[in-house]
Design a binder for this molecule. Sequence first.
Ligand code: TRP
Length: 445
Amino acid sequence: MNERETWATRAGFILAAVGSAVGLGNIWQFPFKTAQFGGASFLIVYVIAALGIGLPAILAEFVIGRRSNLNTISAFEKLGHKNWRFVGALGLFTGFWILSYYSVVGGWVLRYIGGSLTGAYFGAPAEYFGQISAGMDALALHAVFMALVVVIVAAGIEDGIEKATKLMVPSIIVILGALAIFAFTLPGASEGYAYFLSPDFDALFANLGDIVPFAVGQAFFSLSLGMGAMITYASYIDGDQSLFGDGITIVFLNSFVGILAGLVVLPLLFAQGIDPNTSGAGAVFISVAGAFANIPGGQAIGLIFFLVVLIAALSSAISLLEVVVSWAIDNYDVTRPQMAILLGGVIFLLGVPSALDTAWLGWFDTLAYKFFLPVGVLGILIFVAWVYGAPALDEVMKGSGLGEGVGLTWLWLARTLVIVAVVATLVLGFQTLFLGESPAIIPPI
Ligand code: TRP
């Protein structure tokens, strides 16, 4: 059995978790959905979902991870509830599932970095996207992206993930901030802000049935909840830091980056007179890419933009691979690099259909988003709040410096309202799943 690693510092853990959270979900989906669902009024719903449901759920994952210091399957056994290992197993499966197509999209991003250098997508962005998003090209770049993920994870917790994310997360924030300032200087930018942020309560209430499950689902996906990523990361914590403090920091930074991305993308589109509503899910790769063609220095700006998307995607993808690698090395006499390569290879193969056909990719995503993740969150919540109970309260209080009332509020929220909200999300998600509508993170183009 291998000696188990730990994070070198508390900040290292927080940055790794923020790196996991901040990803394609924030830059791609969040700004457009916010604009479409009522701007500032949607933000209120999202923040309620992230704080009211996301935060209790992330704390539940932290509790399992820190208490057990083990991967998402063995953790349940260590905590004395062997029968609940299925929740961890589902998470492991979801990790394979999500990373398989996430890596394909990561490959597109790599391709757009090259395309910015050569200006390849400038003339006809939609055609370009059509050509590169599926087929042998997409497959090759899916392999390259997976290889990058494997290299970081193979290097370990402290030397790989912690070092990488310590560099990546601040870069994401600084570069996006700089791009937001640049976007501010573009003529027409103010229309972008108006579109992004003006509260539209009519739109909010008219679509509440769509918006609430979306806000909750987005909070889960965006905070990397429901498949053990946060359990696994928290299992490498060594010490009694405040889990409440860490959780709030992560939720805050994750929302902040989503808003920052909106302040980049939407002014950019409006400055070019592009209506974000017509661009749909291909927005980043078609409309935003198209906008670069016409702005001064567009090639350089495009390059920087896709670089930051790449960094965000990579720092999320490593958390998905770490979940499965962690399980393998906790349980078998194998080395981390061996397992990173082997499991990375398996995930690459699972992603082949998505690389060859975007309809597969959309289907993989929809199922993850509407089914696997909410079910995973539900399992984790029921376990922590109802089955594990008192020791969970003890663990969440450790090092928090807060009164017991705060912990009890968390426990009872997790036992009641949060579970009800997750079930409601699942039911509504199921309805749209069967009605054939597909408001997924990455729907087929
Ligand atoms: N949160 C990431 C994003 O927004 C994606 C991600 C990484 C994820 N790890 C996860 C989603 C675990 C669900 C579960 O892009």
